[in-house]
Design a protein around this ligand. Structure first.
Ligand SMILES: *Cc1c(COP(=O)(O)O)cnc(C)c1O
Length: 421
């Protein structure tokens, strides 16, 4: 029996309606930017397996470091114990993160890093005897699938069964340059009429909203107003972090700096699940007390797993190398050229790019997971390119190590796809 057939017996896949999509493709191997399936097909990984494997799959530099660490220290409780991989990672990360970040809190996935950010914001005020019960978020943001993260995510048709259990969240539209004053007024009204604890946002690019990009100046105004009202700002950089936008973090483009930053996806270069919620000294100080109850009593069994920390350290080293920084520049330029080439195409409604994130909207109405979207996805796969369109948006977020030849193949396949839709 093929893996594909055996899979169906016991496995329940994420984001999948099994009655409509019975078959998963079985991947047996991945190297650099290519996935290999059990039938001998190859696919260029145009979205770096959900933006994680930014240094290529099974990167030798990372896997070698991890192999050594595995024999030294595999796992230890992180309450009461510490270890060098976590310490070194905290030192390196704090050097890279926006200047106000001072402390890192470990967990193991993006949703949880947001969950922790939300708990930090709520407890920050509670510890100061100023209980606040409302969060602000953008209308179409995505922050993960646990309850706090779902609550702050824009209302999704898939969240229907859970909505009545959510945290109270007030929503504002993303600023687009023209609506900035209205957005700010909406924000001011919400803050006037509620006890607002924090504002959660994806800086500059909203991934699951189909790589929607919005106005940095508008975000600056929002953050400044939040700061004035001591509303804790939580930047969800789970997708944008680690070089995607052309700088280490999307928050590097913006003043003021967030109080809290959520990181995961590319943190370990796709090797192991890990997440970090970093924060400023101001946040940490609100928990530092003789009162045990004012501590942050949140833990995950695998917090700061030494092997994951080692993968993260190796990934950060690569990100900071001239070689990868140069790759990023080359991809940015290459995407620009491609954008100029297809901009006027009758099937293309609009294009946008931030760093190595490139997206185009088709001039066609499409459901997020409908038939036409499936047709498009299948066309890409049949042509050896793994891209995962979101509604009528096709986007690229390839590993930094992708070759020009592979990029050209992605572009060409997209252009061919425009002819079949
Ligand atoms: C993927 C993502 C998450 C959720 O991360 P998981 O590891 O899938 O739980 C949260 N926020 C953003 C912006 C993301 O892209």
């Amino acid at each position: 029996m093929s893996l594909k057939q055996r899979d169906k017996k016991h496995i329940w896949h994420p984001l999948t309606q099994h009655k409509l999509h019975p078959d998963a493709i079985a991947i047996t191997k991945a190297k650099d930017c290519v996935l290999y399936d059990e039938d001998g097909n190859e696919y260029i990984d145009g979205i770096a397996s959900w933006y994680t494997c930014m240094y290529g799959h099974c990167n030798d530099y990372i896997t070698n470091k991890v192999a050594t660490q595995m024999k030294q220290l595999d796992q230890v409780v992180f309450s009461g114990f510490t270890h060098e991989p976590a310490i070194k990672l905290s030192e390196e990360l704090i050097k890279m993160l926006p200047k106000n970040q001072e402390k890192v809190f470990f967990s193991d996935n993006g949703s949880t890093s947001v969950e922790i950010g939300i708990k930090m914001a709520l407890q920050y005020h509670s510890n100061k005897n100023d209980k606040r019960n409302v969060l602000i978020a953008f209308e179409d943001g995505f922050h993960g699938d646990t309850f706090g993260a779902m609550s702050v995510s824009g209302l999704s048709v898939y969240n229907g069964p859970f909505e009545e259990f959510f945290i109270t969240v007030e929503r504002i539209p993303t600023p687009n340059g023209e609506n900035n004053i209205e957005v700010l007024n909406t924000l001011k009204n919400i803050i006037k009429n509620n006890k607002v604890a924090g504002f959660v946002y994806e800086p500059l690019v909203q991934g699951a909203a189909a790589m929607k990009m919005y106005d940095p100046k508008g975000l600056t105004e929002i953050l400044s107003y939040c700061k004035e009202n001591n509303i804790i700002t939580i930047a969800d950089e789970v997708m944008t972090g680690f070089g995607k936008t052309g700088r280490y973090f999307a928050s590097d483009y913006i003043e003021p700096q967030p109080d809290i930053i959520c990181l995961s996806k590319a943190l370990t270069g796709g090797l192991l699940p890990m997440a970090i919620t970093s924060c400023s000294q101001k946040i940490y100080n609100a928990f530092y007390s003789n009162d045990i109850g004012k501590g942050l009593f949140h833990a995950h069994t695998y917090s700061a797993n030494p092997i994951a920390c080692t993968a993260a350290l190796a990934s950060i080293e690569l990100l900071q190398s001239d070689e990868i920084q140069n790759c990023i520049k080359v991809i940015i330029k290459s995407h620009k050229n491609f954008g100029e080439r297809i901009e006027g195409h009758p099937k293309v409604k609009s294009i946008r790019q931030k760093g190595i994130i490139f997206a185009l909207d088709l001039n066609i109405k499409m459901e997020r997971y409908g038939n036409l979207r499936d047709k498009l996805l299948n066309f890409f796969m049949d042509n050896g390119v793994f891209l995962r369109p979101l509604g009528n948006t096709i986007y690229i977020q390839a590993p930094y190590t992708i070759t020009q030849k592979q990029l050209d193949k992605i572009y060409k396949t997209i252009e061919q796809a425009l002819e079949i839709v």
